[in-house]
Every structure is written in structure tokens, then in C-alpha cells.
Design a protein around this ligand. Structure first.
Ligand SMILES: *Cc1c(COP(=O)(O)O)cnc(C)c1O
Length: 380
């Protein structure tokens, strides 16, 4: 959050300036009422989220990672079982699988960063219990294909929708196809002021068990516990913050789609359509652009150049999971994920970016690419 950047990667302070006063009122209300654990704001948030995603139930938990852990636990996924999962994902997805004792089976990505659905079924065997697609960067996986495999092979479907609140596949929202997991980490489209997450489902039994699981296994109104549980409740004060922000989500998604469209127009001729995200449409895919990744030659030089112009960028992610040797996943062959890890950068993307800032970032990429064309960095 440093002011040294002309265009920071994300800017939490702008939201504080815009909404801080109103949010403080909400926080003060929670404080004056002393409503901290599993109170009205949590319930209201769960109702709002379930309605937005188009499912019956939502359960607030204390992070996106816990949403995944609890979703896997509630489905009784355990040691000796295999979970087929996107390889190009954040560590948390894999952490959750290993945490419940199961083995992650990494499936390589397609060029749109989501898992290559054609490779899912060849990994199904007698030990397979679930498929866990990650809707990365705000774009749904091809859910027709995935649900056809999970239904035919009788597998559990858990979605990592941490980056995909509001994204749609054929009109249906991310998280509503199976058991859906969301994160409200500050950098996500809907961000709390710390850690927060939620699980959504249409299944009443799963819903009831999740409510127990997040609260030490206790079942409300019963003496018997469901089983060993966690302390993983969504804080009421975070729920109040999220409730306040929720009304802006449709507007923020629209703005992100505008920004993506502007970046795309500015960059398509210089980078090529396969090195930039797929443009926003309202066909089979409705993307929400949680991130805006581009693939560039001479990545280190490119980052250096952009930084020198006051532009902050991130890399998601520099080391593919099969090269994180302490995780023991080096057996997986992931050529596309490795190629992406070699040359991807994420450009600034948040709804408060101005068109001028987007044009500025785009201009600097064009300038950099002109240098590449003049072989200033050598010959590739
Ligand atoms: C953010 C994120 C998570 C983890 O969520 P936390 O709230 O940070 O625990 C999991 N998966 C993906 C794809 C994410 O982007």
C-alpha cells in the first residue's frame, strides 16, 4: 500500500476513503451491541451470499482456506483417497486436500489458466473421490464438461470459487455447481478487513453439518456433536463489513469488465490474443476479472521497466506447484502450468482504477514491447 506507486497493484486505501465512514458506523454498531460471534450480521451475510450465488444455503467461515478444508471434511474426504485438482492454483487449494489426508492429483492448465478439462477423466481411478476445479482469475471452468465427468463417474464436486464471486458459466454462477468455496481476503473482489470465507450448497444435510463443523462440531440445539470440528466462524464484525460492501458487487464487476475490455483493446495487437485474457462476453462465459494476467517475453526486464514507471505488478505464480519441492509434488508433468509460471504477470486490477491509469499501464507495456522488437534485450 505504498504511495510510491503511480499505479499500485491494488489500492485498499481508496475504498477506505470512499466507504470508510459508513463502514465505521457498521463496526461501531456491532461494538456497541457487543455482537461478536455468530450473530445477525453473519446470518444476513449468509442469506445475501446464497441469494447472490443462486443456492439455498451459505455458511460463513474464517477464511477461503477453511472453506475448502471444511468442504472436504464435510464430504468425508480422507486418507487413501485422491482429489483431482487444477495445478495452476494458489497453495491453499492443495493445502486443504492434504490437510484432510487425501492426495492431490494435479491436472495441467489450458491456456486460459483454468484446468484442461479434457485431462480430468484420464486421471479418474478407484481411489478418486472428488474433482476440485479452481475458477481462476474470475473465469469459470468448463462446467458442462466437469459435471458430465463427476456425474458419470459418481464423484463429489467441490469448487474453489475464491476468485470467482459472480462469474457465470452458461448463466449459472460459480460455486453453485457443487459445494462452492469463497474467500473474502482483502484483495478479493469482495474483501473483508482481514480473513473471511464461506461455503455455499443446495444440500441441507451438508449445510447443517458445516454449521456444526465450523463451531467445534456442535449441532445447535443438540447435546450430541457431529464429530471433531474446528473453530472457524466468520467474525460478526467482518460480516458487517461484507454486508455493507455487497451492494456494490454488481457495479464493481461491471467496472472490472470495462477495465479488462480497455486493457484488451490496448494490448491485443502488441501481445496477441493468447497472451491476454479472453475479452468480456455474456455468452457461455461471464468473467469477473479478479486478476488480469498477461504473458510477456523477458519477464524480469518487463517488471523492471514497469516498476521504473511507477507500476506495481505481481506474479501468480512464479514457482509451479510441482517445483515447490517441499510439497513432494514433483511427479506431476505440467508443461502448460510451467510455461505460464515462466512468463506471466498480473497487471493492476481493481474497480477504482481510472481509464487513464489503464491507458498508462498499457502504454508502458507497448513501450516495453517496442524495445523487445528492437532486440534491446537480445534474441529469443
Ligand atoms: C485467495 C484464494 C484462496 C484462499 O483464500 P484465503 O481466504 O486467503 O484463505 C484459495 N484459493 C484461491 C484460488 C484463492 O485465490
Amino acid at each position: 500500500m505504498s504511495e510510491v506507486w503511480k499505479v499500485p497493484y491494488v489500492n485498499y486505501r481508496i475504498q477506505s476513503k470512499l466507504y470508510g465512514k459508513d463502514i465505521l458506523k457498521e463496526i461501531k454498531r456491532v461494538m456497541m451491541d457487543g455482537d461478536y460471534i455468530l450473530r445477525d450480521d453473519v446470518e444476513r451475510f449468509e442469506r445475501t451470499l446464497a441469494d447472490f450465488v443462486g443456492v439455498k444455503y451459505a455458511v460463513g467461515v474464517n477464511s477461503g482456506t477453511d472453506a475448502l478444508r471444511l468442504a472436504l471434511r464435510v464430504c468425508r474426504i480422507s486418507a487413501g483417497q485422491e482429489v483431482i485438482v487444477s495445478s495452476h492454483t494458489f497453495l491453499a487449494t492443495i493445502d486443504a486436500i492434504v490437510d484432510c489426508g487425501a492426495a492431490p492429483i494435479l491436472v495441467d492448465s489450458d491456456w486460459d489458466y483454468n484446468l484442461d478439462v479434457k485431462k480430468v477423466e484420464e486421471n479418474v481411478n478407484d481411489f478418486t473421490i472428488a474433482v476440485l476445479p479452481v475458477h481462476l482469475n474470475g473465469r469459470c471452468c468448463n462446467m458442462n464438461y466437469i459435471t458430465s465427468v463427476t456425474e458419470r463417474r459418481n464423484l463429489i464436486l467441490i469448487e474453489d470459487a475464491a476468485q470467482a464471486l459472480g462469474a457465470k458459466y452458461k448463466g449459472q454462477k460459480a460455486g453453485s455447481f457443487g459445494v462452492g468455496c469463497f474467500s473474502f481476503f482483502p484483495g478479493k473482489l469482495l474483501g473483508s478487513m482481514g480473513d473471511a470465507g464461506a461455503i455455499v450448497t443446495n444440500n441441507e444435510e451438508i449445510y447443517e453439518k458445516l454449521r456444526a463443523l465450523r463451531d467445534y462440531g456442535r449441532v445447535k440445539g443438540q447435546e450430541q456433536v457431529w464429530g471433531y470440528g474446528y473453530n472457524s466462524r466468520l467474525d460478526n464484525v467482518q460480516a458487517a463489513v461484507l454486508n455493507y460492501k455487497f451492494k456494490y458487487i454488481p457495479e464493481w464487476i461491471e467496472r472490472r469488465r470495462e477495465i479488462a475490455s480497455l486493457y484488451n483493446q490496448n494490448l491485443v495487437s502488441i501481445l496477441g490474443e493468447h497472451s491476454i485474457p479472453i475479452p468480456p462476453s455474456d455468452g457461455d462465459y461471464y468473467d469477473v476479472y479478479q486478476n488480469y494476467p498477461v504473458r510477456v517475453p523477458y519477464r524480469d526486464k518487463c517488471i523492471e521497466y514497469l516498476n521504473s514507471k511507477g507500476i506495481e505488478v505481481l506474479i501468480h505464480w512464479k514457482t509451479p506447484l510441482n517445483k515447490q519441492y517441499n510439497l513432494g509434488l514433483q511427479g506431476f508433468k505440467l508443461p502448460m502450468t510451467e510455461a505460464i509460471s515462466d512468463d506471466v504477470i498480473s497487471l493492476p486490477m481493481y474497480q477504482e482504477l481510472s481509464d487513464n491509469q489503464v491507458d498508462y499501464v498499457s502504454d508502458k507495456i507497448v513501450e516495453f514491447m517496442k524495445k523487445v522488437e528492437k532486440h534491446e534485450f537480445g534474441y529469443e
